[in-house]
Design a protein around this ligand. Structure first.
Ligand code: ADP
Ligand code: MG
Length: 723
């Protein structure tokens, strides 16, 4: 008898086993049984032929309607045309030089037909389809076992492996299968009323009815959620076992001085999160926290406070930013907010002062050398940087805290590179302004504690967003430019965002996943800026900003814009995250349909940061009612980043939802959909927590421990691949 680990060649012929291995990557019985059917066709219920689209790869159940053999004109050979029907619509099947098939494809027979739909002379057809006739009682010999059931599983078709071939192999594997040890603890299984693992596997491939298939699928989907949550809960437990230096808040230090100089009161949300962070820092195991907050909710202040607390206790903090523009801005913010507190060791520096330094890829050698020395000696309490911080030459004297701003740009591996620079596991604070639904966060960042900032600081003015269909009404664009002039006349500033740098450049590298195509028509910064300067925005101070400008030009431009010396910044998405110029009140986004929902929300988060209302205009050529326009309408209709990110995620493929952070576990998620299966993930989470609380090493559940090990190994292997 076979187990799940039995090699397929031991239960199935060599040739077929080979085909299964190359076709679906299945080597063991377990691999094969984990190849799940996509749906079922019900014997006697013919597939709706009218729904078939050209180029679809289909497997349909249909009935032979007519059979006809012709000889080819002027050539040798015959053509067999078989028309099949679902009772209403018809589809023709063509075979060249296979007249003998006429003997089995008799009128009235039902069968599964698989192939790619093509159109010939206006008619849909399958040429040389694979097919399997279904026993109709009159000829029992062709009745193959797996077709004895009423529900025929349909597997994703792969090349040489039509669905029924897979089904036949499934039958052989299932017939050979012994009892399967079930890794799911009985208690949990009983609680949810799930079938055993074996019953679930058999029930999914060979259901007696749809209820059984649903039941089986529910159990197997739960398994995926449960194992993943178990992995994350175990990892959190392991983190709790690590020793790190406690950094309790101390009176009379930098932090206190900073708080006193802060020009505003923290919101109550900020205070709550701050308390959570302070408790974490005071513990002797590393903090591991994700701070997600609406754009402009004031995360940076909290990060600064955490960094100062660590500096007060003698450690260093590293702040990792996704772009140079943002790293520079963080440096300026810190220097401004800290004032003389940031001038340690310098004339005029305050008593407890520290130093803040910057490490980026583009700085010159002397500047870099100085920054590296400050980090290595510990003189710099705060080290800000881009990914250049990950470089081998960057060493710290005592790295106590890592803050990662805008996490969605950094993978877990990069986190780990930074962590390795500390002697003891450092505290970690990850910040993101792209809030994600709780269950997605639990799945993607499940090893992090999560803090959420929902409210904006008091006095924030709302941002109004309008969609401007420029093609439908060309005057809309003129209106946009005159609105910019009005804002500038009132002493405000604005952004114009375009999807690419120059006419010849491809779209911004970071352009959204949704768009494979590039269009030569897209607005570019280098064309738009002079055009605006010469025309609609003549007389205003217009400047360009994009990633290909020299670093000092970028810096000077951002500085001038912050200082109010530039009225209108024409930019790519380099300003997408973090940029904070409260006097900017208007943003015009060209070809807005080229950006994703969350990206647009991020972009417009650059305005309305001060005390004046913001206006965001989304310019598009996308026709009304198209998905692109619907996305823009969604952005215009809501300023709730959580709601928008949900809409955004719902349009993505599962792999994109999980992102790079979960590439290792992704291959284990065959059935689970993190957005759809929220309540299931919740259940799985609490089951996993309960189980680990009662048996941290899973000593009583060896099968489960084994299953978990497989998942951990696959994840680790995946990190190595990416490294
Ligand atoms: P984000 O969460 O997007 O990173 P920031 O931390 O950049 O937001 O904060 C946005 C702006 O709000 C900054 O100018 C910051 O100084 C200001 N800010 C932060 N907290 C408060 C507060 N409690 N009251 C008023 N302004 C605040
Ligand atoms: Mg920020």
């Amino acid at each position: 008898m076979a187990t799940l680990d039995t090699k397929l060649i031991d239960v199935i012929g060599d040739r077929t086993a080979k085909v299964l291995e190359t076709g679906i990557g299945a080597r063991s019985v377990g691999d094969l049984l984990r190849h799940y059917p996509r749906r079922y066709v019900v014997r006697g219920e013919l597939s709706d032929i009218s729904k078939l689209q050209p180029d679809d790869e289909v497997t349909i159940l249909a009935q032979v309607f007519s059979v006809n053999t012709r000889t080819l004109q002027g050539r040798k050979g015959t053509i067999l045309e078989v028309v099949v029907t679902d009772g209403t619509s018809k589809l023709s099947l063509t075979f060249f030089n296979q007249a003998w098939r006429e003997r089995e494809l008799r009128v009235g027979r039902q069968g599964l037909f698989a192939g790619k739909v093509s159109v010939f002379k206006g008619k849909r057809q399958l040429s040389h389809p694979d097919y399997e006739l279904i026993a109709d009682g009159s000829d029992v010999d062709s009745a193959i076992d797996e077709f004895a059931g009423k529900y025929l599983p349909v597997y994703p078709a792969t090349g040489k492996l039509p669905s029924w071939k897979v089904a036949q192999c499934m039958t052989l594997a299932i017939d050979a299968l012994d009892e399967v040890p079930d890794f799911l603890p009985d208690e949990i299984r009983f609680k949810h009323g799930y079938p055993t693992l074996k019953d679930a596997l058999v029930g999914l491939h060979q259901p007696r009815d749809i209820a059984e298939a649903d039941h089986a699928r529910a159990r197997l989907t739960f398994d995926e959620a449960f194992l993943l949550q178990l992995l994350l809960v175990v990892r959190r437990e392991e983190l709790h076992q690590l020793k790190s230096t406690a950094r309790p808040v101390r009176a009379g230090g930098l932090l206190e001085a900073f708080d006193e100089s802060l020009p505003f009161e923290l919101t109550s949300g900020q205070r709550d999160v701050m308390a959570e962070i302070e408790v974490d820092l005071a513990a002797s195991h590393p903090m591991h926290r994700l701070l997600q907050g609406e754009v402009g909710s004031g995360k940076t202040v909290l990060a600064i406070r955490a960094m100062l607390a660590v500096v007060d206790s003698g450690g260093q903090a590293a702040l990792l930013a996704p772009t140079e523009v943002l790293a520079q801005q963080h440096l300026r913010t810190l220097e401004t907010l800290l004032g003389s507190l940031a001038q340690g060791g310098m004339l005029g520096g305050a008593e407890h002062a520290t130093q803040v330094t910057l490490i980026t890829g583009s700085q010159n050698a002397p500047a870099r050398k100085e920054a590296l020395a400050l980090a290595a000696s510990g003189s710099a309490g705060i080290v800000i940087g881009t990914h250049a911080l990950l470089g081998q030459s960057v060493v710290f004297a005592d790295l106590g805290l890592i803050v990662i701003d805008e996490q969605h740009r950094f993978g877990v591996e990069q986190r780990d590179v930074l962590k390795a620079k500390a002697e003891f596991p450092p505290h970690l604070l990850v910040m993101t302004a792209t809030p994600i639904p709780r269950t997605v966060a639990m799945t993607v960042f499940g090893d992090l504690d999560i803090s959420t900032l929902r409210e904006l600081p008091l006095g924030r003015q709302p941002i109004t967003t309008h969609v401007l269909p420029a093609q439908e009404k060309p005057t809309f664009l003129d209106r946009a430019w005159s609105r910019i002039r009005e804002e500038v006349a009132q002493g405000h500033q604005g952004y114009v965002v375009a999807p690419r740098i120059s006419a010849s450049a491809p779209e911004d590298a970071d352009m959204d996943f949704l768009f494979g195509t590039t269009s030569a028509e897209l607005t570019s910064v280098e064309e738009l800026a002079p055009m605006l300067h010469a025309g609609p925005l003549a007389g205003l101070r217009v400047a360009m900003l994009h990633g290909q400008l020299a670093t000092d030009v970028k810096n000077a431009t951002m500085l001038a814009f912050s200082a109010g010396e530039i009225d209108v910044l024409v930019s790519t998405t380099v300003i997408e995250v973090g940029v904070d110029v409260p006097n900017a009140t208007i943003m015009v986004i060209m070809d807005a349909d080229r950006f994703g929902i969350s990206q647009l929300h991020q972009l417009r988060g650059r305005i309305g940061r001060g005390t004046c209302p913001g206006l965001c205009l989304l310019v598009t050529n996308a026709p009304a009612e198209t998905p692109a326009r619907v996305r823009l309408d969604a952005v215009a209709a809501s300023v709730d980043g959580f709601e928008l990110s949900r809409i955004d995620l719902e349009q993505r493929r599962e792999g994109d939802v999980l992102g790079v952070n979960q590439s290792g576990t992704r291959s284990h998620l065959r059935l689970l959909r993190v957005l759809r299966d929220e309540s299931l993930i919740d259940l799985a989470r609490s089951d996993a927590q309960e189980l680990i609380a009662s048996d941290a090493t899973l000593s009583k559940f060896p099968e489960l421990a084994r299953e978990l090990k497989i998942l951990q190994t696959d994840e680790a292997a995946d990190y190595i691949d990416m490294g």
